[in-house]
Design a protein around this ligand. Structure first.
Ligand SMILES: Nc1ncnc2c1ncn2[C@@H]1O[C@H](COP(=O)(O)OP(=O)(O)OP(=O)(O)O)[C@@H](O)[C@H]1O
Length: 240
């Protein structure tokens, strides 16, 4: 089976500074692949290149098609959707209106928008309860749910998630990542970038460790959770 997303020897830089240096990874359809690593390792940069927000060189293919030939909108059309690290919600708009913006590319198809909205509200009852509330009145966890919900409004096939656990309490992180796992079970493929290595590896099928722009280690997520190097550096020294 060929990979849904194939990245090989990818280089991404800001001017002369190379932030991603020869990264290779693959993501098979219906899987959660996580990229873990410390602050500044290049995780966000990697997602930016995959989404087409940053120029890159190397192999970048989606279902066999060369992504370098596709702009951001083409990638969205093919089913890419990025949930950015800062969530980037419109605070003064209601929860419902933020969600509807997520279906912007299909805004003229009222039946699609309604059914997508119903789908998000089924998945996130908390957002349904707060649909008329301003987004800036939500808690951190609810904002992350809204950011993911807005991405789902576009009907994604590949979700790029940038640090969904950022700033959230451990119990909320668990809730959010449980939802991420249900999305995978519903057929959405997921590239999950995280600093919270344990939570990410407990959720993902496969993991890559990114250090200063290079893949230091990769393997089945369950193996990485028990890898002494990962344990020592990213999991606080021991498994629970
Ligand atoms: N706009 C930019 N201009 C110049 N350098 C940048 C820019 N954005 C990121 N960098 C640099 O690229 C490197 C990788 O940053 P990146 O944000 O991709 O890391 P990260 O692993 O996502 O870290 P974090 O968890 O802090 O977001 C860092 O050295 C960072 O300082």
């Amino acid at each position: 089976m060929s990979a849904m997303l194939e990245v090989a020897d990818l280089h991404v830089g800001y001017g002369k500074v190379e932030a991603v240096r020869g990264v290779s990874l693959t993501l098979d359809k219906g899987r959660i692949v996580t990229v873990i690593g410390p602050n500044g390792a290049g995780k966000t940069t990697l997602l930016g290149a995959a989404m087409g927000l940053l120029p890159s060189r190397g192999v970048l293919r989606f279902e066999g098609a060369d992504l370098h030939e596709l702009g951001v909108e083409d990638r969205v059309e093919r089913g890419f959707c990025l949930v950015p690290e800062r969530r980037e919600l419109f605070g003064e708009m209601t929860v419902g209106d933020n969600l509807i913006l997520g279906a912007y590319s299909r805004r003229k198809d009222g039946a699609f928008v309604k059914s997508a909205l119903d789908g998000v509200f089924d998945r996130f009852p908390r957002l349904a309860e707060r649909r008329r509330q301003r987004a800036d009145t939500l808690s951190g966890g609810e904002r992350q749910m809204l950011a993911i919900g807005r991405a789902l409004m576009a009907g994604p096939r590949l979700l790029l998630l940038d640090e969904p656990s950022l700033g959230l309490a451990p119990l909320i992180v668990r809730d959010i990542l449980r939802i991420v796992a249900t999305l995978r079970d519903a057929g959405v493929s997921i590239l999950l970038v995280e600093q919270n290595a344990r939570a990410a590896l407990e959720t993902a099928d496969y993991g890559y460790v990114l250090e200063t722009g290079e893949i230091a280690l990769h393997g089945a997520a369950s193996d990485l959770l028990n890898d002494p190097r990962v344990m020592a550096t990213y999991l606080g020294g021991a498994t629970e």
